[in-house]
Write a protein that binds this ligand. Structure first.
Ligand code: ADP
Ligand code: ZN
Ligand code: ZN
Length: 762
């Protein structure tokens, strides 16, 4: 038999796969997808995943052996390994970095100290109580007689018999100890007494950590005529195309169409992945899905702990249709679960920026990766949005994707009426009350009178984005980052939103020493405060990063609003998407200016999408809703387009601009971020790399330059942008970029430099 070798992916940021020899005693069990332990570097032991087994003797001085194999069966399947390899190539990172993002860390000890490896995942055990023997009815009577002097023990036994319905000849049934205690009002001591008397015995079972829910299945709702046309059109497109874009206005019933498509897939024994951009959204949609599909429906997002993530992983891998998950609702990271048999991937709110991971590597886009994942499974992809990304719509226009449109809301409810409120004028005429224009105040007042609800959107959390000395204009900034500190009133602290640095509020100006610093601008926390003053009767909920740190906080805030325990929901972009509330009629966008003025080529597209999206929450069930957009620039082109709900106007305008100025989708973009703690060194290295790249790519290179935020956590930052024509070979450009970077990393003093590559950095 020839010598056998294994290539292994290790959770390290070193490029390449690593080859080890397979010792004789491991020969039969090493296969792609199993975890194994190896020595890496001089001392450290690592565990990784085998990705290839072969007999081509590698050209290396020294080949170390695999030390141990953990699994009898692969934990990652063949399709996942291929998927990781695609992500690593396309997004220019190592397979180890992809694996780190993909596999729950409890399955995966990073640096391990000793052999054998210890599994970090532990199934949860729970104690059950059962009868110590198959007692007959006579025996039980005798036992109960003897227990007359111990009435609490007798009571406990009776409760057990009552719960289980046990009688002579039955198999004994274990009952959860916690349930038995609760039902009998007993104590653990009494259970032990019965155990000592050999009447009860404890048994332990492995139980899942994941919440169980009903397996009651409601039939699907009948699609409307418009929905049926769209549903058929999607299926018709799928006959010829792998990807379809469903462009349907907010509340047109897209979700309901997804549900019908899911049903067809599940019936054919296929798995479905349904992606959403925001955890907050999964809370509402999961209920809608479980109602129809029962226990085969699972959720995946970052709020699960490591142990729970392993259990979800196992349920996705479990091909038994009774036990496993067939339908997964998840955020970005759910593309990495071990699907074996996908038939359909749905990417809802496909335009949403949260699908892109910016840090750390892999800097992947979950929508674009999902398309590749679906391709590996020969599955179809459905992208859905009320305001598609320019890229996707362009693909549809060019015929690469099928396009299905839904132009009317379900139930023929009109799209919300948009009112533009001029803040500049209101300030001048002294009509502003706190941060509310008369138009918004009026609309809220009317809504409350009719016992309806209101959403207020402000894209900043905290109380004030900064505080300032009225005398000299001094603003406290973060000691580690080039950003203003945000004032948080509830904790009375200044907080850096980039690194989390906090400090007390200075009582005097740090520059001129005068007392009385003033708060400037406003965030969600301040709006909540002001609402209490302006509408003391109204109850407000707030949803932003600060109020949603705990696992179930999303569902609690949403439920309180659904049940009308709160009248107003104030929030950041978390509340802008997909949520569906029956009684919500008024939406206020408090400051459209800071959306429109964001320095990015997508700012206009993004602000249109956001405003459309938030507006879409209003008036979804019974009657037309109202949206009040507050801005100092009512004539703004984008606001005019939102006013008309004119997506196609927005698309045409943006596409023309991007064509003229050469931006995606008409070119490809790669960004290189360089960081160094020393400013001069950063400048030096950035210039070297910039020069080298310019020699290769000429005018396609922009920069190096400082980004808007030029220092984070003591690191100075510079970026280089590369724009590559769509028809040029991308793989070749990537190789050239990697070579330039590797050359730079060998320069003297470059060890303090951090380089991150971001492909499609938008
Ligand atoms: P979208 O996903 O396009 O925003 P939804 O699917 O959430 O729209 O539908 C909007 C509203 O209309 C929801 O309240 C939903 O329950 C209701 N709805 C949609 N389709 C139907 C249908 N076929 N039968 C009954 N109600 C529906
Ligand atoms: Zn001052
Ligand atoms: Zn900071």
């Amino acid at each position: 038999m020839p010598n056998q070798f294994a290539e292994i992916i290790l959770p390290v940021a070193v490029k390449g796969r690593f080859t080890y020899s397979i010792p004789g005693h491991l020969a039969g069990i090493v296969k792609p997808g199993v975890r194994a332990a190896v020595q890496f570097g001089s001392k450290k032991l690592y565990s990784g995943i085998i990705c290839r087994v072969h007999d081509e003797t590698p050209n290396l001085k020294k080949i170390r052996p695999l030390l141990e194999v953990t699994d009898p069966v692969p934990v990652a399947n063949y399709m996942q390994l291929k998927f990781w390899s695609w992500i690593s190539e396309y997004y220019m990172c190592t397979e180890g970095e992809v694996m780190n993002a993909a596999v729950p860390s409890a399955m995966f000890p990073e640096g391990i100290a000793a052999l054998p490896m210890v599994e970090k995942y532990k199934p949860r055990e729970e104690t059950f109580i059962e009868l110590a023997g198959k007692f007959s009815d006579e025996e039980l009577n005798t036992i109960l007689d003897k227990l007359k002097s111990a009435p609490r023990q007798a009571g406990l036994l009776t409760t057990y018999l009552y719960i289980t319905g046990y009688s002579s000849g039955d198999e004994v049934v274990p009952v959860r100890k916690s349930l038995l205690l609760r039902e009998s009002g007993s104590t653990p001591g009494i259970i032990s007494s019965l155990e000592k008397k050999k009447i009860f015995k404890p048994v332990s079972f492995q139980v899942g950590r994941l919440k169980n829910h009903d397996n009651k299945k409601e039939p699907l709702r009948k699609l409307s005529e418009n929905q049926t046309v769209a549903f058929e059109s999607i299926k018709e497109h799928f006959k010829k195309k792998d990807i379809v874009l469903l462009h349907g206005v907010t509340s047109s019933g897209k979700t309901e169409i997804y549900i019908h498509l899911i049903e067809e897939q599940l019936r054919q024994g296929k798995q479905v992945l349904y992606m959403l951009p925001e955890i907050a959204l999964t809370a509402q949609i999961i209920l809608r899905l479980q109602k129809h599909f029962g226990t085969v429906t699972g959720v995946y997002h970052s709020r699960f702990n490591d142990q729970e993530k392993v259990e979800i992983w196992k349920k996705v891998a479990d091909e038994n249709p009774e036990r496993g998950y067939r339908l997964i609702l998840g955020v970005r990271s759910s593309v990495f679960l071990p699907y074996s048999n996908l038939g359909l991937v749905i990417v809802d709110e496909e335009h949403d920026g949260s699908y892109k991971q910016h840090d750390p590597a892999p800097r992947y886009h979950a929508r674009d990766s999902a398309v590749i994942l679906a391709g590996l499974h020969k599955a179809k992809t459905l992208l859905g949005s009320a305001s598609p990304s320019i890229e996707s719509y362009n693909n549809a226009v060019e015929g690469k994707y099928g396009l299905t449109e839904l132009k009317e809301r379900f139930g023929m409810i009109k799209l919300p009426e948009i009112i533009v409120a001029n803040t500049r004028e209101a300030y001048r005429k002294k009509l502003m009350v706190s941060h509310f224009t008369p138009e918004l105040l009026n609309a809220m007042d009317e809504a409350f009178r009719r016992n309806e609800q209101v959403i207020l959107f402000q894209n900043r959390r905290g109380f004030s984005p900064y505080i300032e000395c009225p005398g000299c204009g001094w603003i406290p900034v973060c000691v580690q980052c080039a950003v203003n500190l945000t004032y948080h009133k509830s904790i009375n602290k200044l907080v850096c939103h980039y690194c989390g640095y906090t400090s007390g509020v200075p009582s005097r100006c740090g520059n001129c020493g005068s007392p009385g610093l003033a708060t400037r601008g406003f965030g969600t926390e301040k709006i909540e405060d002001e609402i209490k003053i302006v509408f003391p009767e109204a109850k407000a909920g707030r949803m932003d990063q600060d109020t949603t740190r705990s696992k179930n906080s999303f569902s609690k805030i949403i439920k309180a609003f659904e049940d009308h325990q709160t009248d107003i929901l104030i929030g950041t972009q978390m509340i802008s998407k997909g949520l569906d509330f029956e009684n919500l009629t008024v939406v206020g966008i408090l400051n459209a200016d800071n959306l429109l003025n964001y320095p990015d080529f997508r700012a206009h597209e993004r602000s249109f999408q956001l405003m459309e999206q938030v507006s879409g929450r209003a008036g979804r069930r019974k009657k037309q809703g109202r949206v009040i957009i507050q801005t100092s620039d009512p004539a703004n082109k984008i606001i005019r387009l939102v006013l008309q709900h004119d997506y196609s106007g927005m698309y045409k305008m943006q596409a023309a601009e991007r064509m003229t100025f050469n931006y995606p989708p008409f070119c490809r973009m790669i960004r290189i971020n360089l960081k160094h703690k020393d400013r001069a060194s950063l400048n030096l290295f950035a210039d070297i790399l910039g020069g080298d790249l310019r020699n290769m790519f000429g005018k396609r290179i922009l920069g190096p330059e400082y980004p808007v935020i030029s220092r984070i956590q003591l690191w100075y930052i510079k970026t280089i942008l590369i724009k590559i024509e769509k028809e040029k070979p991308l793989a070749k450009a990537k190789t050239m970029i990697m070579e330039a970077i590797e050359k730079l990393e060998k320069e003297k003093g470059a060890s303090g430099l951090r380089i991150a590559i971001d492909v499609d950095p938008y």
